[in-house]
Design a protein around this ligand. Structure first.
Ligand SMILES: Nc1ncnc2c1ncn2[C@@H]1O[C@H](COP(=O)(O)OP(=O)(O)OP(=O)(O)O)[C@@H](O)[C@H]1O
Ligand SMILES: [Mg+2]
Length: 388
């Protein structure tokens, strides 16, 4: 490797070398953003953080000290993994996504504590279209190079790439929230699950009416097995990011509403007879959310978790806020659930309906980021401990 590293106050951990208080790495021959610089950071392991860490680290300069080296490690990992996709250079969207990440990597490498807020804002805006671009690109690659771009390859690549992305977005969001004076940053220490699910349901129903003209019935109920003051009566509360919870619930409800509307239309049925139920419940260790519809289920044999699978036709659920159509809602929601040690499962009851279960740990020591990195392999099977 062309780059040479000078490390200060280092102590070794395995084959890595870390400075006290976090990673400090200085490249002297390669400028920030050069190929060697990216390669150097890509060879480092990320440092997953916990909800507990985020809640107790709200000092902006402290967060910046961590992010100034952690974000380049995570961006570099994504750049490296993208450049390893066979034929990636043939797809203009993939080239653009690589450039977007290089821009963010370089900006973070050159930022100082007083310019970092601007850099963080710009990175979030710059990367807004990335999920869409990646999903579309994988469709093209699969069509043109199906021999190497298999469905399994796409799933593994996008799972790792997008999980890494979620982590960066959360860390950037945490910095900005703390800078804006929010006491626990991006975390709501007592996230009100029922309220978040109700807000998600309201937003999806509005979207459903504007896309289809029909409005299914959605009921949100909450229960708790904790009689120790952990929850407010029956409303489970736990430290979490409300916007992530809302995203997951909305994606599940979008699917249930769409399937319900399709069924109502096809059979000239009444919405009152086919309600969608959202059940929020909790014990001391987990919060579980079940979204249950009666829209006949998902056919056996299809892989609804595939980023390449959708039954929505182009423009079918059109409008600005599409109810369905990309094929990424389920796999991406599962990543959001996994990000802090949770899980998302689907049970299809053919001819009856679909139950989706979101299971999230609420014990802070278990709420730790999952950050994929080619240098160390995640045991996804262990995450499935949380399945119901
Ligand atoms: N509750 C459900 N009932 C019936 N089919 C479902 C349900 N949930 C998902 N599906 C099927 O799985 C497919 C994939 O779902 P997914 O949410 O990943 O993508 P999508 O809804 O097609 O598009 P989007 O990216 O906008 O979510 C859907 O197109 C649909 O065929
Ligand atoms: Mg969907």
């Amino acid at each position: 490797m062309a780059a040479r590293f000078l490390r200060t106050t280092c102590f070794g951990i395995g084959r890595r070398c870390w400075a006290r208080g976090g990673v400090r790495l200085y490249t002297v021959q390669a400028g920030p953003g050069s190929a060697a610089d990216v390669a150097a950071f890509a060879s480092l392991e990320p440092h997953p953080r916990s909800v507990q860490y985020l809640m107790s680290t709200v000092d902006v300069s402290k967060i910046w000290a961590f992010l100034s080296t952690e974000l380049p490690i995570r961006y570099a990992e994504r750049i490296r993994s993208l450049e390893q996709v066979p034929h990636w250079e043939e797809v203009p969207d993939l080239v653009e996504v690589r450039d977007i990440h290089l821009d963010s990597f370089k900006a973070v490498r050159e930022a100082q504590v007083d310019t970092f807020a601007q850099v963080a804002h710009e990175a979030i805006l710059r990367e807004q279209r990335v999920v869409d671009m990646m999903a579309k690109s994988m469709h093209y690659l699969r069509r043109d190079h199906g021999d190497v771009i298999t469905e399994d390859f796409v799933s593994k690549f996008l799972d790792d790439f997008l999980l890494n992305r979620i982590g960066c977005q959360v860390l950037l969001g945490h910095f900005l929230a703390c800078r804006a004076g929010q006491k626990s940053g991006i975390i709501d220490p007592r996230c009100n699950t029922k309220k978040v699910c109700r807000a998600g349901a309201k937003a999806v129903l509005e979207m459903c009416v504007s896309c289809t003209g029909l409005c299914p019935n959605v009921f949100v109920d909450a229960y708790s097995a904790c009689g120790n003051g952990l929850d407010d009566d029956d409303t489970p509360r736990f430290p979490y990011m409300p916007h992530i919870l809302k995203y997951i619930v909305m994606e599940l409800l979008k699917n249930s509403c769409r399937a319900t509307v399709d069924m109502l239309r096809a059979g000239q049925l009444h919405a009152d007879d086919y309600p969608i139920n959202v059940i929020v419940c909790a014990d001391e260790d987990h919060v579980t959310i079940c979204v249950a519809d009666q829209a006949r289920g998902i056919p056996r044999g299809v892989n609804a978790w595939s980023y390449l699978y959708t039954t929505a036709r182009e423009g079918e659920y059109g409008g600005e806020k599409r109810l369905a159509g990309h094929g990424v809602g389920l796999p991406l929601s599962r990543l959001y659930a996994r990000y802090l040690g949770g899980a998302l499962d689907l049970v299809s009851l053919p001819g009856y309906g679909t139950h989706a279960y979101v299971n999230l740990p609420r014990v802070q020591t278990q709420q730790v980021e999952v950050v994929p990195d080619a240098d160390y392999q995640y045991d996804y099977a262990s995450l499935l401990n949380f399945t119901v």
